[in-house]
Design a protein around this ligand. Structure first.
Ligand SMILES: Cc1cc2nc3c(=O)[nH]c(=O)nc-3n(C[C@H](O)[C@H](O)[C@H](O)COP(=O)(O)O)c2cc1C
Length: 181
């Protein structure tokens, strides 16, 4: 009889801010994945303290720990704010550093993207850039990208994602990632 394996889903947040609404979205998505039977792992970029990348720097000690954590996961969801129509530098810097290591965390894992904003849009421009970069590094990305606008109305008192269409896209993302994995 085949053994049932618990899928491991990593979460990376593009905001290090304590009161981050993207961390709120990350938590809401993790609840959905947990209910669907996954184990969730938070990958806090702030813990790795990666310097701003340039080609003369030695490899930071923490880089191997970060890529090992990514490889430990079967799927990874990036939840990130949009900054001036793009992705935050802390996220781009981490992606760039991890491409200097073995690339299996990109090639052999399935990735998801989400974004939360206080504004009426959904972080679509930032998500588009993240999607482009993930494709560029050879990753398979879920087509269900969870864009959440009007953040003040998007969560209930328990932190559950309730706003439309974000909540239903989140269900699609969970189902798609777990089916693929
Ligand atoms: C430098 C900067 C640029 C921003 N640009 C955008 C933007 O292009 N689109 C948007 O929807 N919100 C933008 N915002 C507002 C952020 O969505 C908002 O500050 C959000 O709370 C940041 O995410 P966080 O709460 O997870 O840290 C920007 C915020 C900052 C600090």
């Amino acid at each position: 009889m085949p053994t049932k394996i618990t899928p491991k889903i990593g979460f990376i947040c593009g905001s290090l801010r304590k009161q981050s609404i993207n961390k709120k979205l990350e938590n809401a998505l993790a609840k959905r994945f947990t209910r669907a039977g996954a184990k969730c792992i938070y990958i806090d970029l702030g813990e790795y303290d990666l310097p701003l990348f340039h080609g003369d720097l030695d490899t930071p000690e923490n880089l191997k720990a970060l890529t090992a954590k990514l490889r430990y996961c079967d799927g990874i969801v990036i939840v990130s704010p949009e900054y001036n129509g793009g992705l935050p530098p802390v996220l781009k810097n981490a992606i760039d550093w991890t491409t200097t290591d073995d690339m299996t965390h990109f090639h052999d894992r399935y990735w998801g993207i989400a974004s939360c904003t206080p504004g009426p849009m959904s972080g679509i421009m930032g998500m588009r850039q993240i999607n482009y970069i993930l494709n560029r590094v050879g990753t398979h990305v879920s087509p269900f990208q969870v864009g959440v606008g009007n953040a003040d109305k998007a969560f209930d008192a328990d932190g559950e994602l309730i706003g439309a269409p974000g909540a239903s896209i989140a269900d699609n993302l969970v189902a798609d990632m777990l089916a693929r994995i």
